[in-house]
Design a protein around this ligand. Structure first.
Ligand SMILES: [Zn+2]
Length: 121
């Protein structure tokens, strides 16, 4: 299993957890928080908002079904990569975000924040 496949599997768990959080709990706020963290990629912010904890919980869930080699691969994935993917999953298909900084993209050929030229998938 590739790094990317592991990252996407964990991101799916994160997105599912955000999407199914019961209403009237603090976790309901996670959707905007995930977006914020995915845009800022700031570790202290991610920790304060509980997003880091959520990612690590989902990573643990994902690890439970893996052998040692795959487990090591999954452990090596940066939380930044996972949160950007999770934010994209939550946006649903059709919503494009910058692959470098996670900013939302319009129709322009470059990211409005980091100026990275965008390759459409
Ligand atoms: Zn960008």
């Amino acid at each position: 299993m590739s790094v990317r496949r592991h990252a996407e599997a964990i991101a799916q768990l994160v997105a599912r957890d955000v999407g199914t959080a019961p209403p009237r709990t603090a976790r309901r706020l996670l959707r905007p928080q995930v977006r914020w963290v995915a845009q800022e990629l700031d570790e202290a912010l991610a920790r304060d908002l509980g997003v880091l904890e959520l990612i690590e919980r989902c990573r643990d869930q994902h690890l439970a079904g893996l052998d040692a080699d795959d487990g090591l691969t999954a452990l090596g994935i940066a939380w930044e990569e996972i949160v950007v993917l999770a934010d994209r999953v939550l946006d649903g298909p059709g919503a494009a975000v910058c692959t470098r900084c996670g900013a939302r993209l319009g129709r322009r050929p470059r990211c409005g924040r980091c100026r990275l030229a965008q390759v459409r998938r």
